[in-house]
Design a protein around this ligand. Structure first.
Ligand code: BGC
Length: 763
């Protein structure tokens, strides 16, 4: 214990602000520390460090403690309280070398206080708000003794059939990369070893969002150009921001599973990107190499994974069992094990655990009496971020904002659904603490208006879907199905609506529908809810849809039936309050879509930045041999970047500081934005670029920058962007990243379609 203490002190000094400037000293003392420790470890102890164990029914707590004390486990995940984790750290302190454990969890959009899902956070286009969500989550997670999160999830997704679209930040490389950075900074804080910071392990490396057909875990086949240009940059952005870890994807890439992919893990990640941190397999992924058909058995799977560079085996089934034999037979050089162990120890060092293994566990006497206590939540933060995450899709005749007067009928299966409010990765969030829409509306109006409620429909009546949804998340009943006939429920809703001045209908998906392994073949709101909406429309009363869903939905019919539509995603613990803030105009909607909303699933994949083609569709010339679907409008229903406000904005023509630039020059592009309406409000001014002629087909436009601006009613503001040669670069056919001379169109506007354009030339 004494030795550990002294080493810990040396570590603490090396990390202290006074010495922080001297990176070399800190680095070398860390290296020396780890080299010394490694030199004292047996092979079994080394392999033990590579095992990450899920706390669950597979192993009892007593067994786990025994294994830890024997030096056979490096870290655990899925246990989220200090009293649960402390005995495990105590067991580690009783092991021969006293190497501390670390505790990890999927802190994806909040920990105890739940924030909007990834797509919601991204809809804010507000880096401060997104950063605040991560920082708050880190504080709460660290206070619960967690050291690491498996996040942020930055998989680009252009296929809304994929249920994990909900977790990520949308379709756009630039926006997702910006968010990756602030998420990592939020989790890790200024210093990842701080007691209120947790280490970020960015996932899922790589290209998981490209699964064929949007079917989870499916194969990914992608050209190198698309990878480098569109799908890889967000992971890189997270690493550049200092993420300490990388979680490796479950999918294969052009036939080679990520988990055994030496190109991905060695050539790209370690060699080209210079990543020095920790890699962790996804849950059970190493053994899955057998199912992928690249390993004969667990033994070969372990060999492939360690050889590719997987340090930690998540929910380990094969490292512990197979690596000792593989090393003894000489099939795996001990140096490969040492490399992996070095990275695990190094991450523990960076998390401050050698300096103080109880850094985030604290003292038992100070454990919260009630881990779920209200006082431990950050409701204000959650509400303020949630307000920013919602997108006003339609507002005919200024139906919104509503008056706090008269009678409001709140209808729909998601109107009073506390579990669904929290979204798919709700970490340690408690449904009993989440504010539903019904409660939010009731509290907003107080006694100024009457609120009536009816469920009106089940989320779905499809038995297979219900069985699936009630199995998907911890085998828990998520979706309560009302056994009454659909018509009886609709009639009840119509009765409730009969005396109402306005109907607010909460419809969409239950949270399990947009979740891991929850892929869909349709993007429509399920039939019983659609039938309910049609019946509500027939009342002739103003109909406001509050949409809750974790993927872009196809909303053609709803867009015709509803007077107003507000996309709220799954908005978290304070969702109901935040939605009410928007419905009643206490907050003016400012969110913008981070994904394209197609009209139908048949248009998928549909994303705004597609490459130029030889026969583009020209609206109005439908009969021509051009790229289109003849049975559906070729445009999306709502484009990327779209979102309305209770006020209106207009944007002037684009002014450029030059119409020709040389390499190394910068160019300023400006517009004047005016709030032309009667309310104060915020909007997102977006800048897109199009490389007109290049050595390869280039995207019709690509987001390169944006600014969120607040304008008082009637106010004007000049918004200026600076473009540099870097903004013009792309990966050419040889995968060189370079700008090519020629014309570029600069487009600035309030969504990806509604833009003003000017041209300049790179000489
Ligand atoms: C998911 C990961 C997650 C892990 C641990 C896996 O099934 O793919 O995203 O981090 O489980 O919960």
């Amino acid at each position: 214990m004494k030795k550990l203490y002294l080493l810990g002190l040396a570590t603490a000094l090396a990390c202290s602000p006074a010495l922080a400037a001297d990176q070399a000293t800190a680095g070398s003392s860390k290296d020396a520390f780890i080299t010394d420790l490694l030199g004292r470890m047996t092979l079994d102890e080394k392999i033990g460090q590579l095992r990450l164990i899920s706390i669950g029914p597979e192993m009892t707590h007593e067994q786990i403690a025994k294994e830890i004390a024997a030096g056979h486990i490096g870290g655990t995940f899925n246990s989220v309280t200090r009293p649960e984790n402390r005995p495990m750290q105590d067991a580690a302190m009783n092991s021969r070398l006293k190497i501390p454990m670390f505790f990890a969890y999927d802190v994806i959009h909040g920990h105890r206080t739940i924030f909007p899902i990834g797509l919601g956070l991204a809809s804010s286009w507000d880096m401060d708000a997104i950063g605040l969500s991560a920082r708050t989550a880190a504080r709460e997670a660290a206070a619960d003794s967690l050291d690491m999160t498996f996040g942020p999830m930055v998989d680009i997704s252009r296929d809304p059939r994929w249920g994990r679209s909900s977790e990520g930040f949308g379709e756009d490389t630039y926006l997702v990369s910006r968010i990756a950075k602030v998420m990592v900074q939020g989790y890790q804080g200024k210093d990842v070893s701080a007691p209120d910071s947790i280490m970020a392990a960015v996932k899922h490396f790589a290209l998981y969002g490209g699964v064929e057909g949007g079917r989870d875990y499916n194969t990914v086949d992608m050209s190198p150009n698309r990878m480098y240009q569109d799908y890889l940059p967000p992971y890189r952005a997270a690493l550049d921001a200092g993420a300490g870890g990388v979680m490796v994807a479950l999918n294969s890439i052009n036939g080679v599973p990520a988990t055994s992919n030496t190109w991905l893990m060695q050539d790209l990640l370690r060699r080209d990107w210079g990543f020095k941190g920790l890699t962790v397999s996804d849950h059970g992924a190493i053994l899955e190499l057998v199912k992928h058909g690249v390993a004969r058995d667990g033994r070969e799977a372990a060999k492939l994974a360690i050889h590719a560079g997987i340090d930690l085996s998540m929910n380990d089934m094969v490292y512990g069992a197979e690596l000792p034999g593989l090393v003894k037979s000489g099939e795996v050089p001990e140096a490969e094990i040492d490399n992996a162990v070095r990275e695990v120890l190094s991450a523990k060092y960076d998390m401050g655990l050698f300096a103080d293994p109880y850094r985030r566990l604290g003292k038992a006497a100070e454990d919260p009496a009630d881990t779920n206590a209200e006082s431990r939540l950050h409701r204000e933060e959650s509400r303020s971020v949630a307000r920013r995450s919602m997108v006003l899709l339609k507002n005919a005749g200024n139906t919104l904002p509503l008056k706090k007067a008269g009678t409001i009928a709140v209808i729909g299966p998601l109107a009073d659904a506390p579990i669904d409010m929290m979204g798919s990765w709700s970490a340690a969030g408690q449904p009993t603490q989440s504010v539903t829409l019904l409660r939010g509306i009731r509290e907003a109006v107080g006694n100024q208006a009457q609120v009536v409620y009816a469920k009106g429909a089940n989320v779905t009546n499809d038995r297979n879907s219900v069985a699936f949804l009630n199995r998907i998340i911890f085998d828990r009943t998520e979706v309560e199905i009302d056994p009454r006939p659909a018509q009886e429920m609709i009639d009840e809703a119509l009765k409730a609506a009969a005396n109402a001045d306005v109907i607010v209908a909460a419809v969409g998906e239950s949270r399990g529908m947009s979740h891991e392994s929850a892929s869909r073949t349709t993007l429509e709101i399920p039939p019983p809810q659609r039938a309910l909406l049609t019946a509500l429309r027939a009342t002739g009363k103003p109909l406001v849809l509050v949409l809750m869903n974790g993927r872009p939905l196809s909303l053609v019919r709803e867009n015709e039936e509803a007077d107003a539509m507000l996309e709220t995603w799954f908005s978290g613990t304070e969702g109901g309050h935040a939605i009410a803030d928007l419905l009643f105009g206490d907050y003016n909607p400012s969110g913008k879509l981070p994904v394209t909303f197609p009209r139908s699933v048949g248009q998928v994949p549909m994303y705004y930045s597609h490459l130029t083609i030889g026969r583009p569709f020209t609206p109005g010339k439908a009969g021509n041999y051009t790229s289109q679907y003849f049975d559906e409008d070729t445009s999306p229903l709502f484009p990327f970047g779209y979102g309305l406000s209770y006020t209106t904005f207009d944007v002037s023509d684009v002014r450029l500081s030059a119409d020709r630039i040389k390499r190394g020059d910068t160019l300023k592009a400006s517009v004047t934005v005016r709030n032309s309406g009667k309310r104060d409000g915020e909007t997102v001014v977006q800048l897109y670029l199009h490389d007109v002629t290049a050595s390869m087909a280039r995207p019709i436009k690509e987001l390169k920058n944006f600014q969120k601006v607040f304008l008082k009613a009637g106010e004007r503001k000049e918004v200026t962007f600076t473009l540099s040669e870097d903004d013009l670069k792309f990966y050419n056919i040889k995968l060189e990243y370079a700008a090519e001379p020629g014309d570029f169109d600069v487009q600035i506007g309030l969504d990806s379609q509604d833009v003003k354009q000017a041209r300049f030339e790179l000489l």
